[in-house]
Design a protein. Structure first.
Length: 511
């Protein structure tokens, strides 16, 4: 009897221990499901600070230091949107930089369309789309959409081209992109910096005319590789108004033209058209000339008058990945190349340009600055199709060679004199700003082009590469990943622990 009585409590205690263990596992699983569900609903994230993710580029800091007053920014985005974190991180960086340089005060307001219903309704009534930033200063407003801050990956790197209107219906929805991490390239800092700069510009938009009629690259060409819609959008985003201009039928360049762009003409200009351009430049015109190396051009006499020699040599360099492109990391001392140190500009097959000495216009001499140069091992190749490429001192142009130049005439005149100096930017090719090239994050081609347009227009709001400031780190998970984590945390992990417990109990009982 005594032995039976003593055995019963042991068995009962073992049963209670097993029941309490099972109950603990069930409660742990329930708690895990609850925590994961709450985290999913509030989009809980953990961010690991990497390098200078909250830093902004030198250009943005300088622009903020020169700005005054108060700038209000409304972030009209769903907090669960996959791009909310990089956008909010960027806004925190802008606010911190503004305080650091004692510039304009940036006040950020976050409006979630699913929670802040009253404020969201107010923004919607003002035709502000969701997933947008609204920059306001006094009575000026600039709206930056999320599409503006994202550049789709080039067709050179993968399928998809959001710029082409014919492909817009084929875009992946945000949830699909979120799950696939195919969000494109985030260029938020450069876009927001342009928006802040536009708040300080006059209400009148500066007009940039894009020449047509000679086989030039079109600004409305949306081809994912060879089109120029991306760079045209960048120029328009910086506050310029783009218009097409066909010189035939005109006696002069329109009076409201601030910058005239000739992007890779394939046909020669007539003598009359060259006279129009020459007159335009002598009266303080601004010309951005992008040469087409594969086509014959008759700009040599015109450019020679302004101190730039257009050669027939193609720039080559040892700094290349495929053997064709030229990586430029050496830049001249000029506004256009300001803050480009430490980055590279990539050209394909650019013509070499040089300074022509002893050129005098009136009593002044044009100031020519070589903007981009190859390394010392580069040279101007007279036979670019030949392989392997070997420098021939008798026929080739010794390096370093230049692929772009800037000209200014009359820049020494006092600012209070009603005189507009002539400015010219010449690039040895036009392909360096094609959509496919700009979609790559490994170059500063976009920055170089936009700086050139800003300098020519006299708008001192050029850009600097924001390769570091635009870096983003995604640490959140998609819905499918959250569900997978929930299943693993609440089912497989407890079952695994329970299995270990039962296995240990079985061994103990056999002992």
């Amino acid at each position: 009897m005594k032995s039976g009585k003593t055995a019963a409590p042991g068995g009962q205690n073992y049963g209670m221990l097993r029941a309490s263990s099972v109950l603990a596992v069930i409660l742990g699983a329930a708690l895990t499901v609850l925590l994961v569900t709450v985290a999913y609903r509030v989009n809980f994230t953990w961010e690991n600070p990497v390098d200078h993710l909250l830093s902004v580029s030198a250009r943005t800091s300088r622009m903020l230091s020169e700005s005054q007053g108060s700038i209000r920014v409304a972030c009209f985005m769903d907090r669960r949107h996959p791009m909310f974190r990089p956008v909010s991180r960027l806004l925190r960086g802008l606010s911190a930089a503004s305080r650091r340089v004692a510039g304009a005060e940036i006040r950020v307001e976050y409006v979630d369309p699913h929670w802040d219903l009253a404020r969201a309704s107010q923004l919607t009534s003002q035709n502000i789309p969701e997933n947008a930033l609204v920059f306001e200063r006094q009575r000026r407003r600039v709206v930056v959409t999320l599409d503006d801050m994202l550049t789709e990956k080039s067709a050179l790197m993968g399928p998809g081209n959001s710029d082409n209107p014919d492909n817009r219906d084929n875009r992946m929805p945000w949830e699909t992109k979120r799950a696939g991490r195919d969000l494109g390239i985030f260029r938020g800092e450069s876009v927001c910096a342009s928006a802040i700069a536009r708040l300080a510009l006059p209400n009148e938009r500066t007009v940039v005319y894009w020449l047509t009629g000679h086989g030039e690259a079109r600004m409305d060409d949306y081809d994912s590789i060879y089109g120029f819609s991306t760079v045209a959008r960048e120029v328009a985003r910086d506050g310029f108004e783009l218009r097409e201009l066909a010189l035939p039928g005109h006696d002069t360049v329109p009076a409201d033209c601030s910058v005239l762009v000739a992007a890779g003409p394939r046909k020669a200009f007539t003598a009359r058209e060259l006279d129009i351009l020459s007159t335009y430049l002598q009266r303080g015109g601004r010309l951005l000339l992008l040469l087409n190396p594969s086509a014959e051009n008759n700009f040599k006499p015109l450019m020679s008058q302004w101190g730039v020699e257009l050669t027939d040599k193609i720039a080559v360099s040892g700094k290349t990945l495929t053997g064709d492109e030229v990586y430029c990391t050496r830049f001249g001392d000029h506004y256009v190349t300001r803050d480009l140190s430490g980055v590279s500009v990539v050209f394909g097959h650019p013509l070499c340009v040089a300074v022509r000495q002893e050129v005098t216009i009136g009593l002044d001499r044009p100031k020519v600055t070589l903007l981009t140069l190859s390394d010392d091992d580069g040279w101007g190749e007279s036979e670019p199709e030949a392989r392997p490429r070997v420098f021939d001192p008798a026929r080739d142009l010794p390096g370093p060679v230049a692929m772009a130049a800037a000209v200014e005439w009359g820049g020494n005149v006092a600012s209070d004199v009603a005189f507009r100096p002539t400015r010219i930017c010449v690039f040895g090719e036009h392909d360096f700003v094609m959509n496919g090239v700009l979609a790559s994050r490994a170059n500063a081609n976009r920055d170089l082009f936009v700086n050139a347009v800003a300098w020519l227009a006299g708008v001192e709001t050029g850009t600097a590469p924001s390769l570091g400031g635009d870096a983003t780190l995604f640490t959140g998970m998609s819905r499918r990943e959250w569900m997978s984590l929930t299943l693993a945390a609440s089912l497989f992990l407890p079952l695994g622990l329970l299995g270990v417990f039962w296995f240990y109990s079985l061994i103990s009982r056999r002992r």
